[in-house]
Structure formats: structure tokens, C-alpha cells
Write a protein that binds this ligand. Structure first.
Ligand code: NDP
Length: 272
């Protein structure tokens, strides 16, 4: 008998999660069966309930349901409570545990896979949507000297600054607000790359940057990563490592077993 897990979203056909979790299950010899489920936009809750009543053990939740998953959870981890978004559900009797592993995935990718400690670094986080919100606390827990949040609509960045100011040194503004400033790590958590667009960044922002990181992943470097490279950043990375690391963290939440991520990242990066 295999334990049943899935990723739920809309759209979902593009999801690499079934590939990743199947690789984890094979590698760790865990009895896991993992599929992708498309939920209608107005039918998230009943799709989850029907999966659960059929014996499903857990779900990964992706766009656009992370807030609904947060609301559906009967118990929340601290990181999910603070992110106000859930990407991992674990079903245990009557309990629905909601967790958020996105931030842990990003931190592990930057620190372990890319070898760049976050402590004492000056970080610029671009974007103030769901992905940005989910990574702020895990980034601050690594004790950067500064976390600047820049967003096209500045009041959303300022709201995040107020919400997280108790956890570290945060400033916020629009992109131009940071003209003339320098950062060690610049993370693109906007959805601009999905539309092959580039946030309107100040000239010179990458001059001292060690790492430019785009949460979006694609076969070719995104416009953001190409721009960063052209303007002086030393290293670029896309979000494939974060994707695999957040999946590994979910797998650990469900199975209490930590899979090896490097071979799975290599598999996703290799030409299919
Ligand atoms: P949201 O829709 O919640 O937020 C979108 C953000 O992008 C907002 O801050 C918005 O600014 C900004 N934005 C959109 N277009 C532009 C533009 N042209 N220029 C500047 N800013 C722009 O999206 P998410 O936060 O859920 O996702 C963001 C990205 O993160 C996506 O690319 C997603 O694929 C990726 N992601 C990757 C993960 C991984 O594991 N690798 C995990 C989760 C997300 P405004 O407020 O002004 O509208």
C-alpha cells in the first residue's frame, strides 16, 4: 500500500512536483504515490476534502490557493502563521496541519547549494506578493544586516516592513527608492519574469552584488538574471533549487525523512 500525496493548483499541468516527489520516494524507499490535482478556482475546499476522505495524507498547494489553504488549516506552524500562506498540508485524523516551506527552501538553496551565508549580508527582496511574504521570516532568521523590500506598489512593501519589523532590520520602498544603494544579495520575488518583463531597477544596483536570484525557473536565464550579469553581479541562480528544497522540506514534514536534493536538482537542470 502506497501513501497518497499530491500537488493542487490551477493551472497545474506544468508542475514539476510529481517528478520531484517521485524521485524523493524512490531515493528514500518511502511508500509514496504523488500526483497533480487541478482544482476549479471556486472548488479548492471540496477538492481537498474529497482527496482527504479518500485517504490522502498530504498536499502541496500552489497558485492561487495558498491563502485558502491557510484558512482551511486547523493547526499552523509558526512560519505559516507569520507568512499567512500555506504551501504544505498534512492530514492526521481530524487535524489539518498547515505549513509553509517556501522560505526554508530558498534559504537552504542559497546557503547550502550556492554556498553563500546570509548572516551579515545586505539583502534586497524585489516584490511584495505571496512568494515574498513567505520568505521574509526565514531570511531574517539567518540574521542579514539589512533586508530591503522593494515593490512596484510601495505601500505593499511598507505593510510587510511594518508586519515583520520585530524580526530584524527591514526597510521598504519602491525600486527607485534604493537608487545609489548597494546589496550583497538581490532576490527577484516578483512575477515579472513570468511575463518576460524586468522590474524597473535603478542603474548600478548590481555593482557590488554577489548573488542575483530569480525565484522563477526556466531553461534560459531570465531577463532579470541576464540584466544582473551584465551589470556586475558575480553569480546568478534561478528558482529550481528553491523548488526542490521546498519540496524536500514538505517531504520531511510528511515522512520525517530528508531526501537528498542535489541529484534531483541536477535531474531537473539536465536536458530532458
Ligand atoms: P504574486 O502575484 O503574489 O505577486 C506578484 C509580485 O510581482 C507583486 O509584488 C507585483 O507587484 C510584482 N510584479 C508583477 N509584475 C511586475 C513587473 N512587471 N515589474 C515589477 N513588479 C512586478 O506572485 P507570487 O508572489 O506568488 O510569485 C512571484 C514569483 O515567485 C513567480 O515568478 C513564481 O513563479 C515564483 N515562485 C517560485 C517558487 C519556487 O519554488 N521557485 C515558489 C513560489 C513562487 P505589485 O504589487 O506592484 O503588483
Amino acid at each position: 500500500m502506497l501513501d497518497s500525496y499530491a500537488v493542487i493548483g490551477n493551472p497545474i499541468a506544468h508542475s514539476k512536483s510529481p517528478l520531484i516527489h517521485t524521485a524523493f520516494a524512490q531515493q528514500t524507499h518511502q511508500p509514496v504515490h504523488y500526483v497533480a490535482i487541478l482544482a476549479a478556482l471556486d472548488d479548492f475546499k471540496s477538492t481537498v476534502e474529497s482527496f482527504r476522505h479518500q485517504g490522502g495524507k498530504g498536499l502541496n498547494v500552489t497558485v492561487p490557493f495558498k491563502l485558502e489553504a491557510f484558512q482551511l488549516s486547523t493547526r499552523l506552524t509558526e512560519r505559516a502563521t507569520i507568512a499567512q500562506a500555506v504551501n504544505t498540508l498534512k492530514f492526521d485524523g481530524n487535524e489539518i496541519l498547515g505549513d509553509n516551506t517556501d522560505g526554508a527552501g530558498l534559504v537552504r538553496d542559497i546557503e547550502l547549494n550556492l554556498g553563500i551565508p546570509i548572516a551579515t549580508k545586505r539583502i534586497l527582496l524585489l516584490g511584495a506578493g505571496g512568494a515574498a511574504r513567505g520568505v521574509i521570516l526565514p531570511l531574517l532568521q539567518q540574521k542579514p544586516s539589512l533586508l530591503a523590500i522593494a515593490n512596484r506598489t510601495p505601500h505593499k512593501a511598507e505593510t510587510l516592513q511594518q508586519q515583520f519589523s520585530a524580526y530584524g532590520n527591514i526597510i521598504a520602498g519602491d525600486f527607485i527608492h534604493f537608487s545609489g544603494d548597494q546589496f550583497d544579495i538581490i532576490i527577484n520575488a516578483t512575477s515579472a519574469s513570468l511575463h518576460d518583463a524586468l522590474p524597473e531597477l535603478p542603474i548600478g544596483i548590481f555593482a557590488q552584488t554577489i548573488l542575483a536570484y530569480d525565484m522563477m525557473y526556466s531553461r534560459e536565464p531570465t531577463r532579470f538574471l541576464k540584466f544582473a550579469q551584465l551589470h556586475g553581479t558575480r553569480q546568478i541562480a534561478d528558482g529550481v533549487g528553491m523548488l526542490v528544497e521546498q519540496a524536500a522540506e514538505s517531504f520531511f514534514v510528511w515522512r520525517n525523512v530528508r531526501p537528498q536534493t542535489k541529484p534531483v536538482i541536477a535531474m531537473l537542470k539536465s536536458p530532458m
